[in-house]
Structures are given as C-alpha cells and as structure tokens.
Design a binder for this molecule. Structure first.
Ligand code: IMP
Ligand code: MG
Length: 174
C-alpha cells in the first residue's frame, strides 16, 4: 500500500527548537563536559544537529538496542545490539533519543546506564508522545510533544524508510 507523508514539524521549526535546546544544555552544563549517548539509529540525526549547537565540551558515543521478542515486550527488557565504546565512569551522560513512546526502552536503558558509575544521567528526546506512556520516564529535555500519530523523518523510520527527511511527518495511508 502506498503511503503519503503529511508535514507535522517543518525543517525550520525543528532546527529552531534544536538551537534552543542546545542553548539550554550549554547553560545547564556550564563548566562541565557533556557525554552524549546516541541511541541508534533514530537518534543520530538529532544528535548531530544538537551537538553542533552545544558550546560546552562534548564527547560522543553510540549504542544500539532492540526489544526482545514480543513475549517479553511488556517487561521492557532490551537487548544490546551494539554497546558503547567507552566506560561512563564519572561522566555527565546525556542520552539522545528520537522519540519516547511507551517509555519501556528508555526506562530499561537508563537504569542500565546508571549502573555504570556515571556522575549523572539525563535524557533528551526530539519527540515525546506522552499519551502513549506505559512506564514512567523522566525526560529532561524535550523538543516537541506530539499527538498519538506514527511519525517519520529526522531519524525516525517506517519500515526503514524516511529517516533522511529533514522534517517530521505523519504517515498517512489513504
Ligand atoms: P518505547 O518508548 O519503548 O515504546 O519505544 C520507542 C521506540 O519505538 C522509538 O525509539 C522508536 O524507534 C519507535 N517508535 C515509537 N513511536 C514511533 C513513531 O511514531 N515513528 C517511528 N518510530 C517510533
Ligand atoms: Mg529509537
């Protein structure tokens, strides 16, 4: 079935908001180095744009996770597909995600990262669908709260497509 994409957040809106978040992070982490942990693949476009707007020293690392089979989905257990290259000991960790939906992936991931001895762990997401939350997750920086629609672009995919769109759009089937 062919789908079409309806613009939800334009490229200008997204870029403007990323600048604002970058400014806020730069203020909040003044005098510190922030260690950005990108959750692949969706978080990569957001992280690159955001990192360019942060004025305090930045280091980067990447990880990739996937949910275990559907039987354990409700437990929120995730499997590490690619782990971080570096330890988190004493670092100011800022996890960068594309979207927080049920919150299952993030709540599990944040607990796992906190066990690795960082100074602190915070969460920054481009998009948040609060109406879909099943597990409580504290989001420290949010780009946009969006309605319960399936969105693509700026790193988010539908069947691995559309990650490269420079805006966020809603997938429509009609
Ligand atoms: P959750 O918060 O554990 O339910 O999972 C969030 C993950 O589901 C995100 O990292 C995305 O990979 C995916 N996801 C959730 N909502 C959307 C959407 O609207 N478009 C594309 N991917 C989504
Ligand atoms: Mg993701």
């Amino acid at each position: 079935m062919a789908e079409r994409i309806e613009v939800l957040l334009s490229e200008e809106e997204v870029n403007k908001r990323i600048r604002e978040i970058g400014d806020q992070i730069s203020r909040d982490y003044a005098g510190k180095q922030v260690h950005l942990v990108c959750v692949l693949k969706g978080g990569s476009f957001f992280m690159c744009e955001l990192a360019k707007r942060i004025t305090v020293p930045v280091s980067l690392d990447f990880m990739s996770v996937s949910s275990y089979g559907k039987d354990t989905k409700s437990s929120g257990v995730v499997r590490i597909v690619k782990d971080l290259d570096e330890p988190l000991t004493d670092k100011h960790v800022l996890v960068i995600e594309d979207i927080v939906d049920s919150g299952r992936t993030l709540s599990y991931l944040l607990e796992m990262l906190k066990d690795r001895g960082p100074e602190d762990v915070k969460l920054c997401t481009l998009l948040d669908k609060p109406s879909r939350r099943v597990v409580d997750v504290k989001v420290d920086y949010t780009g946009f709260e969006i309605p319960d629609e399936f969105v693509v672009g700026y790193g988010l995919d539908y069947d691995q497509k559309y990650r490269n769109l420079p805006y966020v759009g809603i997938v429509k089937f009609d």
